[in-house]
Design a protein around this ligand. Structure first.
Ligand SMILES: NC(=O)c1ccc[n+]([C@@H]2O[C@H](COP(=O)([O-])OP(=O)(O)OC[C@H]3O[C@@H](n4cnc5c(N)ncnc54)[C@H](OP(=O)(O)O)[C@@H]3O)[C@@H](O)[C@H]2O)c1
Length: 280
């Protein structure tokens, strides 16, 4: 399937065209891979963005649409990559592609590596892991989630995710569902955000999150009702001494510039206020 035009907003049928073409013939060092399954990711839309700056080259008009795939080598002129080998690669949305190991053929599927009885200490005997490899074990979803949780997320002053509350947007999605579970396994309290009650049930009942927020749900209240309810609750909690409201009050209109700049030097603690006049 080749890209015919850069989508304007939503991707429409005429942006891509399904072509009938001959199966490629490999030259020395090349293989032909028959695609089994393609990973479909939000980044496909980014890849279709033409000249807009992005993290990889855009798919050009006329190119086969890019996708990460699992497939089986059906023709080979490469001794290390024989016919029958299952591979993960940038195959694209197509039946067959010409593969160059190390370029668009990325790695052999876990199943091929079972001759080494264990990988990473996990017994994978007898399991067909090719799709798992495509989705979660390879370059995309699983590693994105793992990297986000283990390398980008900075546990707060406690220094450990175990004691944190983690909010996962897209919590029922591919990356989000893995990230949320990794946080749960580390002992965090996890709140997932997703659209619809079904996804919310999935997050709490299946993924084991502690709470779910359905961002599409109507609260049944109009905005003003909600605002009043919120004000009453905040005020009551403050009057009961249950809510700490830290204020940092400075004096004098003439000090406005120095006071406002406290916000950018971190000189304020709590809500910064400027007392301009004292009431009689
Ligand atoms: N796939 C990867 O390996 C990968 C790698 C790096 C970064 N990412 C990024 O991670 C994010 C999630 O990707 P994913 O592959 O895991 O996809 P995903 O979460 O499985 O699917 C996308 C989800 O986004 C939600 N969504 C769609 N439109 C929305 C909107 N307007 N507002 C709020 N939510 C909306 C929908 O869930 P609801 O029904 O809950 O709205 C939809 O199911 C994306 O931003 C993607 O670019 C993905």
């Amino acid at each position: 399937m080749r890209l015919r035009s850069i989508p304007n907003g939503k991707i429409v049928q005429t942006d891509l065209e399904l072509m009938h073409e001959s199966i490629p013939i490999p030259a020395d060092g090349q293989v032909v891979v028959k695609t089994s399954c393609a990973s479909i990711d939000p980044t496909h839309r980014i890849w279709m963005n033409g000249s807009k700056k992005q993290y990889m080259d855009a798919v050009q008009i006329g190119d086969v649409m890019r996708a990460v795939t699992v497939g089986v080598i059906t023709d080979s002129k490469h001794d290390d990559w024989p016919v029958g080998t299952r591979v993960v690669g940038f195959g694209g949305i197509c039946d067959y592609y010409l593969g160059i190991p190390g370029v668009n053929v990325l790695e052999k599927c876990v199943q091929q590596q079972q001759q080494e009885p264990q990988r990473g200490g996990v017994d994978m005997d007898g399991t067909d892991l090719s799709l798992l490899e495509l989705s979660y074990g390879s370059i995309l979803i699983g590693l994105t989630a793992w990297y986000g949780v283990n390398k980008i997320m900075q546990p707060g002053y406690t220094g450990s995710i175990e004691n944190e509350v983690v909010v996962i947007s897209g919590g029922a999605g591919a990356v989000g569902s893995i990230a949320g579970q990794l946080c749960k396994l580390k002992g965090a309290t996890v709140i997932g955000i997703a659209g619809g009650p079904d996804k919310c049930r999935f997050m709490t009942d299946t993924l084991g999150y502690d709470y779910a927020i359905d961002y599409k749900a109507s609260t049944g209240q109009n905005g003003m009702d909600e605002l009043d309810a919120a004000r009453t609750e905040l005020l009551t909690l403050k009057l009961e001494g249950k809510l700490i409201v830290q204020e940092d009050v400075r004096e004098g209109i003439e000090n406005y510039v120095d006071v406002v700049n406290l916000l950018f030097t971190g000189g304020n603690k709590g809500k910064l206020l400027l007392q301009i006049n004292h009431e009689e």
